[in-house]
Design a protein around this ligand. Sequence first.
Ligand code: SF4
Length: 367
Amino acid sequence: MKVNPDYQTKEALLALYNKPLLELVFEAASVHRQFHNPREVQMSSLLSIKTGGCPEDCGYCPQAARYHTDVNAHKLMSVESVIEQAKNAKSNGSSRLCMGAAWREVRDNKDFDNVVEMVQEVNNLGLEVCCTLGMLNEDQAQRLKKAGLFAYNHNLDSSPEFYGDIISTREYEDRLNTIENARKAGITVCSGGIIGMGEAVEDRIGLLMSYMRMETPPESIPINALVAVEGTPLEDQKPIEQWEMIRMVATTRVVFPESVVRLSAGRTQMSMEGQALCFLAGAGSIFAGDKLLTTPNPEFNEDKEMFDILGLIPKSAFQDAPQPISQPDEIIERKREASRLHEQALKEAREEAVKSGFEPRRVTKVS
Ligand code: SF4
């Protein structure tokens, strides 16, 4: 049951969201137990592989180049550093690595070749690999799929009606197209939203309605609370009450029983008790590590303690779908072959020159 047939209209969803809190949590917990192991919570790591300097204008995001925040822009990480970070994440109990690049869209260039290689390498470490790289066309999605990408993240953020208040540099439709391209390539979809940006409850419901209208709703739905960052247009937004997060997590759980609901940004503003209610209400994943891209997140040890107190166990990788098999990438292989041939031609030319008695010119240094 991908979508709960009892909640197909906006009115029904609103009534669910506004139920007395503990009744809503009870209903969500009951649904959660039918489709998931309630003791298991996936620990995921989020790695910013390319930080800042983004040309988009998402009003909540400190990585947008146009806002004056204290984020320092960094170019794309090397494949080797990503492998090292992935190994660390795995040894700390994560079973999924989400790699985020602050790009408007994927471009077919060397950076993308490197991301493809990162996907191959991290998948071969036995981690579920998720990427969030901005807009993506069908061919790029196919390349990532072949490399072994497990999930593509592209959030709708809010309802179509409220979206324009937060972002003007790309349309809601663009986001739906990217999600569709990932779906067509056979990659699982991770897509969710942010609450606390000044939206109405109807917009939170509108976000869920957008997913209900999809032929297949996302397998993974992250629910974030805004972390207001100084320098962004939303810097003055008051933090939401944790009860609102609990309501949103619970409502999402009831409506999409099979999806993994991820308790994402904003956990530092919640108590352990508040998070416990989210797990009871069906949150099946958290992000581990002290940073979520560029915003703060609880320390690893705090989460370990929380898991011990609540009796939670980290969920292992590939329980919901088999591990993809990484296949060689034609573009990378072609470039490697061209570079190998180039090196070989140089070597042969040097050997030929030596054979014919050619003496390389010596340059005498004049001091
Ligand atoms: S959310 Fe993503 S697309 Fe929007 S400004 Fe930030 S990095 Fe760019």
